[in-house]
Design a binder for this molecule. Structure first.
Ligand SMILES: CC(C)(COP(=O)(O)OP(=O)(O)OC[C@H]1O[C@@H](n2cnc3c(N)ncnc32)[C@H](O)[C@@H]1OP(=O)(O)O)[C@@H](O)C(=O)NCCC(=O)NCCS
Length: 201
């Protein structure tokens, strides 16, 4: 089975390999990047290796389908992926992080165009959700700009250590994606989705 990839004009999505560990470690050892996450910032490269080594099993279990965002000019600039797959309801959650110097570069919208093409056209999902911390207005604005709608506040949704956080949930439905600019961005999907991600039509 060939690896799933999504190619676009500015960035490509591909599975991380051990050769990406050094770069992911560099980008995600910045506390600003991981501020709203349950993990990080990375303190040692072994954490990036452990993340990468876990991905194949997580894909095969339907737990997580993560890609590095490989930029045509800058190389790997971050990670985007899907979690919380519900086969029955044909939905998943999309999450993205970029190295801080790539914020505002267009890499976010470009990577979202590709992951949305994969989700709706490649996998046959009907809905994508995205979470944003209540105190992460940058993430909320970024989601709104590309067509996600803010739907409400999920109370005590994420536990980070001992602290439980509320999150804002945003959603994009298939028909909204079809009408949005995102769906008109070129996105070439190659390879096979891992088992649980290949929904029956
Ligand atoms: C979230 C993330 C992927 C978005 O990518 P990005 O490149 O920063 O997003 P964009 O620049 O396309 O969009 C952000 C928008 O928020 C705006 N913005 C920035 N700070 C803001 C603030 N404090 N309040 C409101 N809007 C803000 C920006 O101006 C921009 O809008 P504009 O293009 O209309 O000017 C990136 O910031 C990131 O990796 N953050 C750290 C990880 C993270 O928090 N991920 C999301 C959690 S699920």
């Amino acid at each position: 089975v060939s690896d799933l990839t999504v190619a676009g004009p500015l960035v490509n999505l591909r599975y991380a390999t051990p050769a990406d560990a050094e770069r992911l470690f560099e980008l995600a050892s910045d506390p600003e990047v991981t501020r709203f996450f349950s993990w990080g910032p990375y303190k040692e490269i072994g954490e990036a290796h452990a993340y990468i080594e876990g991905l194949a099993g997580e894909r095969d279990r339907g737990f997580r389908l993560d890609f590095v965002i490989d930029h045509s000019e800058h190389g790997v600039v971050g990670v985007t992926g899907l979690t919380e797959l519900s086969q029955r309801d044909r939905r998943a959650v999309v999450g993205t992080w970029l190295g801080q110097r790539y914020w505002g570069s267009g890499a976010n919208a470009a990577s979202k165009a590709l992951i949305c093409a994969l989700a709706f056209r490649g996998l046959g999902l009907e809905r994508l959700s995205a979470y944003a911390a209540v105190d992460n207005p940058r993430s909320q604005t970024a989601l709104g700009r590309i067509g996600f709608k803010r739907e409400g506040t999920l109370r005590s949704w994420h536990r980070h250590g001992d602290v439980v956080h509320d999150v804002e949930i945003h959603g994009l439905l298939r028909e909204e994606w079809e009408e949005s600019g995102l769906s008109r961005e070129p996105a070439e999907i190659s390879g096979e989705p891992p088992g649980p991600w290949a929904l029956e039509s």
